[in-house]
Design a protein around this ligand. Structure first.
Ligand code: NAD
Ligand code: UDP
Ligand code: UDP
Length: 320
């Protein structure tokens, strides 16, 4: 018999960039939040402000091992997301996506919880279809340096849909496109944080390849709104559903925009393109719009301003 009637929500990867913003949002909505993280790529700093909140609990746990807790909803975000982090220990990356999904699905099955999966635009690989709709099956190298992440996430989707078909689990699968904002790890090598930190320090801005490859950048607050809407959607809404901002930019345009906004004397320099780096990426968000009434509100310039403010404080506090 439970005494509290607050909704109990678990966030795996809750000390990461997206996870910590999701914990903030859920607490604001009056949920009881259980944050589970092994601090592989996330930090206690990201949730430091929540310690002491009676509705927040943090446990150090690796999702590749079983976990026995009682909650109403699970957001499964645990997995390093930046190429530098996920390529550092690629075997662990696949284990986190695959064993982690099995454990979290097994947990959801036992306690009859709704479960959300943070999937990725990487399931489309280096796409021949543009923009990418959910119906596109993708073009993914199964044995390259990005495969630990891409194939791990594809297998996780397979597991989610098999638990749904086989065990009638309530699943919610979201394919996230490049998202940025405060609390990205300054050294995780992702393009938005790299360019901002380089510009703030007056270092060279490193463009990989010719900079003509494209990405579409979503501000974190918009994405979290989409997560919450998806979790609240009717049982038959399983996804997979794309979430991202369709505003598409070349990497060179992003570098120039960041440099203009930060100012300073950094130079743009060109470095070799990592292998299997997708040439283009833009979400087709027709489903998110029609099913969830969701679309991003924050323009790139506005989101970059907030992100630059965050990193400026980090740089001046010399914590990087
Ligand atoms: P992040 O690296 O900041 O967060 C991931 C969190 O998972 C970290 O706190 C990390 O310590 C934790 N973690 C990793 N392995 C774990 C394990 N075995 N057990 C427990 N915790 C573990 O990355 P993020 O950008 O916040 O991404 C969150 C999720 O969203 C990931 O699943 C990622 O694949 C997905 N995603 C993010 C983006 C994006 O643009 N940010 C795009 C597509 C998908
Ligand atoms: N599991 C867990 N917590 C639970 C229930 C299950 O971590 O509360 C893990 C456990 O490791 C199990 C996996 O989830 O192996 C898959 O569970 P499922 O019931 O689907 O299959 P099982 O392996 O138990 O037959
Ligand atoms: N990139 C770049 N300079 C950097 C970091 C990344 O030119 O300092 C490029 C990278 O090659 C890719 C794009 O920016 O084409 C996005 O990279 P990120 O690692 O952020 O995300 P992903 O490739 O997973 O979309």
């Amino acid at each position: 018999m439970r005494i509290s009637n607050r909704k109990r929500v678990m966030v795996t990867g809750g000390a990461g960039f997206l996870g910590s913003h999701l914990c903030d949002r859920l607490l604001r909505e009056g949920c009881d939040v259980l944050c589970v993280d092994n601090f592989y790529s996330g930090t206690k700093d990201n949730v430091h402000h929540l310690i002491g909140n009676p509705n927040f609990e943090l446990i150090r746990h690796d999702v590749t091992f079983p976990l026995y807790v009682e909650v109403d909803e699970i957001y499964n975000l645990a997995c390093p997301a930046s190429p530098i982090h996920y390529q550092r220990d690629p075997v662990q990356t696949t284990k986190t996506s695959v064993h982690g999904a099995i454990n979290m699905l097994g947990l959801a099955k036992r306690i009859k919880a709704k479960i959300f999966q943070a999937s990725t635009s990487e399931v489309y690989g280096d796409p021949e279809i543009h923009p990418q709709p959910e119906s596109y099956w993708g073009r993914v190298n199964p044995n390259g340096i990005r495969s630990c992440y891409d194939e791990g996430k594809r297998c996780a989707e397979t597991l989610f849909f098999d638990y749904w078909r086989q065990h009638d689990l309530e699943i919610k699968v979201v394919r996230i496109f490049n998202t940025y904002g405060p609390r990205m790890h300054p050294n995780d090598g992702r393009v938005v944080s790299n360019f901002i930190v380089q510009a703030l320090r007056g270092d060279d801005i490193t463009i990989y390849g010719d900079g003509m490859q494209t990405r579409s950048f979503c501000y974190v607050d918009d994405l979290i709104e989409g997560f919450v809407r998806m979790m609240g959607a009717a049982k038959e809404v399983t996804g997979p559903i794309n979430m991202g901002n369709p505003g598409e930019f070349t990497i060179k345009e992003l570098a120039e925009t960041v440099l203009n906004m930060v100012g300073g004397k950094s130079k743009l320099v060109f470095k070799p393109l990592p292998s299997d780096d997708p040439r283009q990426r833009q979400p087709d968000i027709g489903q998110a719009k029609s099913i969830l009434g969701w679309e991003p509100q924050v323009k790139l310039q506005e989101g970059l301003e907030k992100t630059i403010d965050y990193f400026r404080k980090q740089v001046s506090a010399s914590v990087m």
